[in-house]
Ligand binder design. Structure first.
Ligand code: DGJ
Length: 736
């Protein structure tokens, strides 16, 4: 069993072939951390790793243990304000005004498998042999509150998941003001922190900075995980590169407000902490109630950042995403948004669909603007029935006509939102999140429905079921176009208002679960003004996410490159759009737009009626190419090769699982004069296989391509035939 308990030393060793995680019941019966990192041999006794720094100035646990200061001890579930001067894992407000808690080891359980987290998304297993779990039960003897620390180690993945569940077995209500899903104390802070930050249309830029003394954090207070800070960070050693060195990846399976921080103390230790953001969270836990915190994921890599990413990719693709599309190549779709915006009718849609079918598209997605009165974004959210002016025969007739053309039908919805100009608002003005007697802030002319109220969720579910029961919908794009504000629910008591942000996201999860259980054949794509909710929580319900509203190929290089730090290509919505691009007005070649979009789910976001014959010809070839290669692109192993954040060019590649095939994407945004020679060292090939490279007259062994590099230059070598800016090239390798 990869989780071992040594009773003589009260030590737990969780290990697989890649990593070791060693924790221990401390002399005061709290849980301490001895080690996390590269796999090491097991031993009965690791007590020498317990560093009880006997420093001059300290607060100790009691008079007997007056050299035992929690301030200097690496812990798993630190209680705050009790001598450990850092932020703790838990803050419980008690009826006597105290926030002091003491959680001591009571018992533990080690079992094969992994239990799901009630009401929350989480990674899963398909057979008990895949993972082993350790649940350590701690008790506060005064409050009679139990904290169960939940660990799961996957046997064949460099992945450890962590969470915590609280149970109130006492007689008093306590209020959870903060609860960490993960606390990990590292013995040194000699790391760079990598984060994915950004904003609308420039999501998930890679930022790297050295850890420094004090707290560094990323967070969301927007009600969704946000484009601004993705719920992920990595700590990497200074010398770590994409392909070698140590890195720790931390990700949160949650879609609401979060706080992820690293606290570096004066002794160069680093405390990693991940939790629902405590600023907007306050949860009364009544006697006999339980509270389950969301899941945190820890990935350990000693083979660089690429291996960390690949570990996340495999985990998310295989054991987070669910449903029939999990293992299926994704349909090539056309979405009418940038083609028509809200200005369409049935005839226009059918003409577009006909053209799209001729190009080889498989799925037609009707975006925003199809429901009653929705001609601008000022109206109609909440009224989920077809606009009879635009669609006189209704949605199901439209879907049928599209099906008759040989295409599947997909539909856009924004179920969490409401316009004041809607029947729903007239009937239920109290269903929006807002504070009584105060102004409600507005975003994109819309308001947020109170998804903490089960009646609201049920009403929206029934409206959607009414469509889905009668319309052949195969795909849904679930959008969410504003951040939340004045989060106050009129269906809850004043003392329950601190629960609303979290209850809201639980309401979203419940609606997703209801729909995917009832309509398992539907492929969901989540979206929040593009990539404002690209997080693992969403992927549990929606196998893909619209990566960004920015469809410019050159900007997408950065967005997709950054996103790939954590998320697999099969989850990344990527479309070819028209030129000039609608966000940047930039003209890029059609082949470059496709060469970027291939590394994702792939589709089109344009009006096929206005394409030139030559463009149609090219698109037909693109779609044929994608159909032939999508399973390699979406399910192969992805490597980042050249970062657009650090270089004038960008490159990445995907290698098939048998390493017989690979596709390299190489991009050069701006042409230079009298260019230099360029060789691009590849990754992941079989060194002993001889690869043919489509379009080149020579073959090369994998070792040459990885160590010498692939020649990607250049006008001077006549390798790069496309001149000008925004040039790109795919290199297709076969070893068959
Ligand atoms: C924002 C999305 O990201 C777009 O793709 C589009 O669906 C619009 N919303 C529609 O309102």
């Amino acid at each position: 069993m990869p989780i071992i308990f040594h009773p003589s030393t009260n030590t737990f060793h969780l290990y697989n072939n890649t990593l070791s995680y060693i924790i221990k019941i401390l002399p005061n019966r709290q849980i301490g951390n001895l080690y996390f990192g590269h796999k090491i041999h097991d031993q009965e006794n690791f007590d020498h790793l317990f560093e009880l720094a006997n420093r001059g100035v300290r607060v100790c646990v009691d008079e007997i243990h007056n050299n035992f200061s929690l301030e200097h001890i690496k812990q798993e579930f630190p209680s705050p304000y009790k001598g450990d001067m850092r932020l703790g894992s838990i803050d419980l407000a008690q009826s006597n005004g105290s926030h002091i808690v003491e959680f001591y080891y009571d018992h533990h359980e080690i079992f094969f498998g992994k239990r799901p987290l009630e009401g929350l998304p989480s990674t899963y297993i398909e057979s008990d042999q895949e993972a082993t779990s350790l649940w350590i039960t701690l008790k506060d003897p005064l409050l009679h509150i139990t904290a169960i620390l939940q660990y799961t180690l996957y046997e064949k993945r460099a992945v450890l998941t962590r969470s915590v569940k609280l149970c109130n077995e006492g007689k008093d209500t306590v209020v959870i003001e903060a609860l960490s899903s993960l606390n990990l104390d590292l013995p040194d802070a000699d790391y760079d922190m990598m984060t994915l930050t950004g904003a609308w249309a420039r999501e998930r830029s890679i930022k790297i900075h050295p850890l420094h003394e004090g707290i560094q954090s990323i967070y969301s207070l927007r009600g969704h995980s946000s484009a601004n800070f993705n719920p992920f960070f990595a700590l990497k050693r200074k010398e770590t590169t994409e392909n070698q060195g140590e890195a720790i990846g931390v990700s949160f399976v949650y879609s609401g407000n979060f706080l992820a921080q690293v606290d570096v103390d004066s002794f160069n230790t680093a405390r990693i902490n991940l939790q629902i953001h405590p600023a907007t969270f306050s949860w009364p836990l009544h006697p006999n109630q339980t509270f389950q915190a969301p899941e945190a994921i820890l990935v350990y890599s000693n083979q660089g950042i690429n291996f960390m990413s690949q570990t996340f990719h495999d985990l998310f693709r295989q054991r987070l995403v669910r449903g029939p599309y999990r293992d299926k190549s994704r349909p090539i779709l056309i979405n009418n948004w940038e083609g028509t915006y809200m200005d369409f009718d049935e005839n226009i849609l059918l003409e577009m669909a006909k053209e799209a079918k001729n190009l080889g598209v498989e799925l037609f997605v009707l975006d925003d603007g199809w429901f009653e009165g929705r001609n601008t974004d000022t109206t109609s959210l909440g009224d989920w029935w077809a606009d009879r002016v635009k669609l006189p025969h209704g949605l199901s007739a439209l879907a049928k006509k599209i099906n008759d053309l040989g295409l599947e039908f997909g539909l856009w919805i924004e179920p969490e939102m409401i316009s004041k100009r809607s029947h729903l608002y007239q009937n239920h003005p109290d269903w929006i999140l807002c504070v009584p007697d105060r102004n409600a802030s507005v975003g994109r002319n819309q308001y947020v429905l109170d998804f903490s109220n089960p009646d609201v969720v049920d009403y929206i579910a029934r409206q959607l079921e009414n469509i889905l029961d009668h319309t052949a919908v195969r795909y849904i794009k679930w959008d969410m176009n504003r951040s939340m504000s004045e989060v106050y629910s009129s269906s809850h008591l004043p003392q329950e208002q601190g629960m609303i942000y979290h209850k809201y996201i639980l309401g979203v999860y419940r609606l997703y679960e209801r729909l995917i259980q009832k309509y398992p054949h539907i492929l969901f794509e989540s979206c929040a003004s593009g990539g404002g909710r690209f997080d693992p929580g969403m992927l549990y319900y929606a196998p893909q996410t619209w990566t960004s509203d920015n469809t410019d190929a050159i900007e997408r290089l950065k967005i997709q490159y950054g996103t790939s730090l954590v998320y697999p290509l099969s989850c990344m919505g990527s479309h070819v759009s028209a030129a000039p691009n609608h966000q940047l007005l930039r003209n890029t070649p059609l082949n470059t737009r496709a060469n970027v979009a291939y590394f994702g789910t792939f589709g089109y976001e344009l009006d096929p009626r206005v394409l030139l014959p030559s463009e149609k010809e090219e698109i037909r070839r693109q779609i044929d190419f994608m159909k032939k290669n999508r399973s390699l692109l979406q399910f192969g192993t992805f490597y980042r090769l050249l970062s657009p954040f650090e270089n004038k060019e960008a490159a990445w590649m995907v290698v098939s699982n048998d390493r017989l095939e690979a596709i390299v994407g190489y991009y050069r945004p701006l042409q230079e004069v009298n260019e230099r020679f360029r060789r691009l060292p590849l990754q992941g090939l079989d060194p002993n296989l001889l690869y043919a490279i489509e379009g080149k007259s020579y073959k090369a062994y994998g070792d040459e391509l990885m160590h010498v590099g692939l020649i990607t230059t250049d006008l001077s070598c006549q390798e790069q035939t496309d001149e000008g800016d925004y040039v790109s090239k795919l290199f297709i390798l076969h070893a068959k």
